[in-house]
Design a protein around this ligand. Structure first.
Ligand SMILES: [Zn+2]
Length: 371
């Protein structure tokens, strides 16, 4: 009896030791919680910017962040148009109205800030995929990271007025111009779709393109987590999101979304009335939130300048190599001519000697550049 009691105690101790890394890491992402957030936000829809519904959504998100123990505040900004619904008709007014960014702070060990965002406003739809899904993902990431002490400070932010032209993220970037924002990740439109629907990044004109080294970094992590992931081109997606307000002022940014490649419009059903609760897949929400939490943890520890520099280095090295090689060839021809005419060398001798010297110089340049 005593022996079996010891065995049981031993099992408990071993279990505690083996489980401790998981416990230390805090809570795990919950599909049900994420889906519940989408449900609650859909119940407030349409969450048109500048309307009472947007204010209610912002207050819901504020309370959620606060319940995770985070410091939260709302940043108001004025928009020059708004919507009113009169007799079931939507009317756009030119009156000023108030829109909101909800910001939650997870203090880190440095003042370098990572912004993890989504937008809570919608068009005249339930806005379940676009973008209650992204808000749900950001809330879940905030919840699971809320007890962690990361090297960088995180501002979890849900923007207002994205659908009016990224107005909330523009206001945020203006307001935080003096702060040291080093990277932003936006979760917008986690649509239902097949296993291979995860996308990170958008290619296209500079104004909408995400930051390539950041896309590549996030994609590598996603591949390690067994996702099949790639970027899309603007022409296939037809839209972009709040990260563009950051990349416009040279803050690296990327966009995480989930598409349905089998569907004609890969981001279906956004901006249609089918963008309702039925369109949301809680498994996708959980997968994206888990990936997102891991991405934030990992990026918070990275030397971002080195990552960005590593991306720029190969073309610079190639250019330097081309310049040095061309220089070596020109110098050799000049030196060969000099030896031919001033010292009476034969052409073949000059060619042999200086071809050898040129080749040696090029190899030396190559080795030096790679070192
Ligand atoms: Zn959106």
């Amino acid at each position: 009896m005593r022996f079996s009691l010891r065995c049981i105690l031993l099992v408990f101790v071993l279990a505690a030791i083996f489980c401790s890394p998981t416990l230390a890491r805090g809570a795990e992402v919950s599909a049900d919680r994420a889906y519940g957030h989408v449900e609650n936000l859909v119940n407030i829809a349409p969450r048109l910017a500048g309307t009472e519904a947007e204010a209610i959504a912002a207050s819901y998100i504020e309370n959620e962040f606060r319940s995770y123990g985070l410091e939260v505040w709302i940043e108001n900004f004025t928009i020059e148009s708004s919507y009113v619904i009169e007799e079931n008709r939507l009317r756009v007014t030119s009156e000023n109205s108030m829109s909101y960014n909800v910001v939650a702070l997870l203090p880190g060990q440095s003042d370098e800030i990572m912004v993890i965002g989504a937008h809570h406003d919608s068009v005249l739809t339930p806005g379940a995929v676009d973008d209650a899904s992204g808000v749900a993902v950001v809330l879940e990431i905030a919840r699971v990271l809320s007890t962690e002490n990361l090297p960088r400070t995180i501002l979890f932010t849900t923007f207002g007025s994205e659908e009016l032209g990224l107005l909330g993220s523009e206001a945020f970037v203006r307001k935080h111009a003096e702060n040291n924002i080093v990277v932003t990740i936006v979760f917008d439109s986690i649509a239902p779709g097949d296993e291979n629907g995860l996308r990170v990044g958008l290619r296209g004109p500079q104004e909408v393109a995400t930051t390539e080294w950041l896309d590549a970094y996030a994609q590598e992590l996603a591949e390690n987590l067994d996702f099949h992931v790639k970027s899309e081109h603007l022409s296939d997606v037809g839209g972009y999101s709040d990260y563009a307000s950051f990349t416009e002022v040279d803050i690296p940014g990327t966009w995480v979304y989930w598409v349905n490649p089998q569907h004609g419009e890969i981001l279906w059903p956004i901006h249609t009335l089918a963008d309702n609760l039925d369109a949301v897949d809680n498994v996708r929400l959980e997968q994206v939130a888990s990936f997102g939490a891991q991405l934030v943890r990992q990026l918070a520890e990275e030397d971002l300048e080195a990552l960005a520099w590593a991306d720029e280095l190969p073309p610079l090295l190639f250019a330097a190599f081309a310049v040095m090689s061309t220089g070596a060839v020109v110098l050799s021809i000049a030196a060969g001519s000099f030896m031919r005419y001033k010292r009476g060398w034969s052409w073949s001798r000059a060619a042999w000697v200086f071809s050898f010297l040129t080749a040696a110089a090029v190899v030396a340049a190559y080795i030096w550049l790679l070192a």
